[in-house]
Design a binder for this molecule. Sequence first.
Ligand SMILES: [Zn+2]
Length: 235
Amino acid sequence: MGKLIVEAGHTPSRPGAKSYIDGKYEHCFTDDLQNRTLYKMNKKKMEYVGLQGSTMGFYHVDEEKNNSQVIKLFNSMPKGSRAISIHFNNNNPRATGTEVIIDPRTNKYNKSRASWIVRNIAQTLDIQVRRRNATRDWIYPSETFIGSIGIIERTTIPVILVEVSFLNERDLAKYFGKEDDIATILALGLKHDFATSAEPEFKEREEIQKIKRIEAKSIDPSFQLQRDPQLKFKF
Ligand SMILES: [Zn+2]
């Protein structure tokens, strides 16, 4: 059976883009959101794998250069696995929006999944979906400023790289307080089997609400213990 993989983009020693908040880098945000997403998936008794998170005891790969260890782990996952890689954009004060990056060769179900995730994030945060081409909700690695993304192009399972928002004051003001809603969207989008049911509509929000209610009743105390509140400000 396939695994659902949630990767926290970047690592503690190479924490990615700088946010507008002093000393707080992208990995702080991806790590936090990974925790929240896995928590929601855990509550649904799903098979999941966390990658690169600093505060959870899953695969911890502190290697950024080519992401080769991460790519190797992705490619060692059983057939039917799929993954999301969580990222945030830079802190350019004039930029805004959310985007998803996928491989042009990825299957149509993964394209539907990417589209559903990015539209839900945009709606929840009240920011725009950033597109390079008006006919699709996703971006290809060749259309990014790097031009090539190994974690998408050199992996054998469907991967969606999500740039949740920019790390500037404008987008983060909308993100703060919505972290759990975004985590729910990521969890729901990743677990949804777009192959066996029609592309979900935004009525799936009802399901998001349902998950939140279930969670509120069943907080796992050990989860709180695993999280290190200091970590957010460590980098
Ligand atoms: Zn990143």
